[in-house]
Design a protein. Structure first.
Length: 295
């Protein structure tokens, strides 16, 4: 089954935007950090980008369904999607939540909890844009609930990586504060990993069915899913190295004054972990467009 490049690209952009927007304020709030002007501007841009990317995704989806050009889409199909499916109300909810974020950011540096909640609400609407949205009945409710938990945990991890990466690449790094943040994040990270594993397993079973799991080995969906799981394993290894080896080494280096090597190792590890997370988002964007059992 061929992959629609434009549809995957718009899905990837939307997923990355909403994951960053949801994860960054959640991390800063959990670390009791104020959000400076530059960070607030980034969050505002992500909030405004969400509706734009959602519109591009809708056009790309309609083009993929009808085989028409996205430059001249079939507006009648878009109208049907908006008025006769769950997509319309969900896009409206997402847009309202996202457009409420910039005014909150202007009110105070400390209003991160409501920003994070609104961003999470917007991100969890993605559960209806893939296979979970097509599952009906009680099974569909379970599937979407698991997918929403998966999105929340993935967004929290992704946002934390972006925040930590930005911090460790500063020209002047507060070593003690950075080490403390890494240690605190490791506690949340364990919860994220458990949530991702359980919800991911539920999603896979709900999409394919237990009896059909062996058939994944013969489908493009199955191979991409295997690649995603492999990359996730790589993230776990890097996260463990950060927690048990590199963070303690950074703390020790702060006391001895030999910081260059410790910082460089941590920078490399966080960069690789973030790169794996971005690649996983791209794979997820592609997986949501494929028939799991199509060879």
């Amino acid at each position: 089954m061929p992959i629609d490049g434009l549809l995957v690209a718009t899905r990837f952009g939307l997923y990355a935007d909403l994951a960053a927007l949801a994860g960054l304020p959640l991390f800063w709030w959990s670390m009791r950090q104020d959000v400076q002007t530059g960070a607030r501007r980034i969050l505002a841009l992500l909030a405004f980008g969400g509706p734009i990317l959602s519109a591009l995704w809708l056009i790309a989806s309609a083009a993929a369904m009808t085989g028409t050009s996205p430059i001249a889409p079939d507006w009648s199909v878009i109208k049907i999607l908006l008025q006769e499916t769950a997509i319309g109300p969900l896009l409206a909810i997402r847009a309202i939540a996202l457009l409420m974020i910039p005014p909150l950011l202007c009110l105070s540096k400390r209003r991160l909890a409501p920003v994070a909640l609104l961003a999470m609400a917007a991100a969890t609407t993605l559960a209806w844009s893939g296979h979970a949205g097509a599952t009906e009945g009680a099974g569909g409710t379970v599937h979407r609930a698991a997918d929403m938990l998966h999105i929340i945990a993935a967004s929290a991890w992704f946002g934390a990586l972006l925040a930590l990466l930005a911090r460790i690449f500063r020209s002047v790094v507060d070593i003690e504060q950075t080490a403390l943040m890494l240690q605190r994040f490791s506690l949340f990270g364990t919860l994220f990993v458990v949530t991702l594993i359980i919800s991911g397993a539920i999603n896979s079973v709900m999409i394919v069915g237990v009896a059909n799991l062996p058939m994944l080995l013969h489908s493009l969906y199955g191979w991409l899913l295997l690649a995603k799981i492999t990359l996730f394993g790589g993230m776990l290894i890097l996260a463990a190295a950060n927690r048990w080896r590199l963070t303690p080494a950074l703390s020790r280096a702060a006391g001895s004054g030999d910081l260059a090597a410790a910082q460089q190792h941590l920078r490399l590890s966080l960069t690789l972990e973030t790169a794996l997370a971005v690649t996983i988002l791209a794979l997820v964007a592609a997986l949501g467009t494929l028939d799991p059992l199509a060879v």
